[in-house]
Write a protein that binds this ligand. Structure first.
Ligand SMILES: [Zn+2]
Ligand SMILES: [Zn+2]
Length: 94
């Protein structure tokens, strides 16, 4: 991991690599996203939704879920936050 700018919340923090098309990791473009936003992405969206509806950073950023999360996390001074999976994603994971 390296310090970079998160593509979602735009904080300068350590980032992780998010594969924009999870099912096809080898050819998938990757985005630099901080750990908290990254966890949030996988907590609110299923891989199916990521692949079909949120396969670019712009689409992720425009989603109501991530907009709300980014606005909130910019106001906290925490680099890492606890993220709970939504029930919907938990059901999907089984
Ligand atoms: Zn972030
Ligand atoms: Zn990811």
């Amino acid at each position: 991991m390296s310090t970079d700018r998160c593509a979602i919340c735009e904080r300068d923090v350590e980032t992780t690599r998010h594969h924009l098309t999870p099912k096809n990791r080898k050819e998938s473009p990757v985005a630099a996203i901080c750990e908290s936003c990254h966890r949030q992405i996988h907590a609110v969206f299923t891989n199916h939704e990521l692949k079909h509806r949120y396969d670019t950073v712009a689409k992720l950023r425009e989603s109501a879920e991530m907009r709300k999360f980014a606005a909130w996390i910019r106001k906290t001074d925490k680099e890492h936050v606890q993220v709970d999976e939504t029930e919907r994603v938990r059901d999907w994971r089984g």
